[in-house]
Write a protein that binds this ligand. Sequence first.
Ligand code: SF4
Length: 334
Amino acid sequence: MSVVLNAPDDWQHEARAARITTAALLARLGLDAADFPAGVIADPAFPLMVPPHFLGLIRPGDPADPLLLQVLARGEEAWPQPERLTDPLSEADYRAAPGMLQKYRSRALLMASGSCAIHCRYCFRRHTDYGATMLTRARVAEALALIAADPAIDEVILSGGDPLSLPDARLAALVDAIAVIPHITTLRLHSRTLVAIPARVTAALLALLAGTRLRVVIVIHSNHAHELSAAGAAALARLRGAGVMLLNQSVLLARVNDTAETIAAHCRRLFACGVLPYYMHLTDPVAGAAHFDVNESDALRIEAQVRASLPGYLVPRFVREVPGEAAKTPLLAL
Ligand code: SF4
């Protein structure tokens, strides 16, 4: 079977085409601001980014489409939310160096990029000043020196933003520099780009991931079965072929995936794509995203229903991240 790989710059073209106005998004989908109970925000501070591939997965004419609700700035974002935070996980407290967080003893997280292929309205980093916090070229040496000096760290996590928004050459240079540190065994990437722009899986990316001595895990951040298109599934298959372990973490989002049936269908689709469901996160209290919250008692009920409808290995762990805790907190323990 021959495998068609995308031209190296296809995905960058898609990334550049992701910037879209609210008016243009609604017009493309045959919708109007009046279709949304609280209206929409014409020019939000956290701008809309919807790559053409993801846009093509949204059902035209459906204001309740679960993919649309994740990317459209609805009027609820502007409602007063005095109890909500701009840094809901207190990440500023865990900054070991510019561009590096260390929340857990054996893992270090590098904010490898300040860009994302897609802007998700529920994002807990939607207020992050990446200029001050991301890993620029000038900051790499300091962060890697800290990791090299701490043999308790065996896993480096590339996050952002989205690490797969980096060009292949920059990503390769970073991975190579990490692989030089002898006590690092595992490289983990957290990325939503694979859902938003499957063309990101270039031959150069596959060669990079297959060629490193590190064990590579990618957590793909998908929230709904509709996100996993045929093109997406093919891209994930190529990654598995390169020896990458694929996991998924989702966020439990009101009106997007807050029923057991939706979650079970998503988990089955993930498994068909060779991806194991890993975490289902409750939302973090970030300013502007309260309309995505699902309360804990509803989440517990949904979790029980999911558990009853899937084999155990397909049930994601329902958790909340609590600043200062040594690990994610299971919903049952809250
Ligand atoms: S891709 Fe991830 S980091 Fe970027 S906006 Fe979406 S949730 Fe936030």
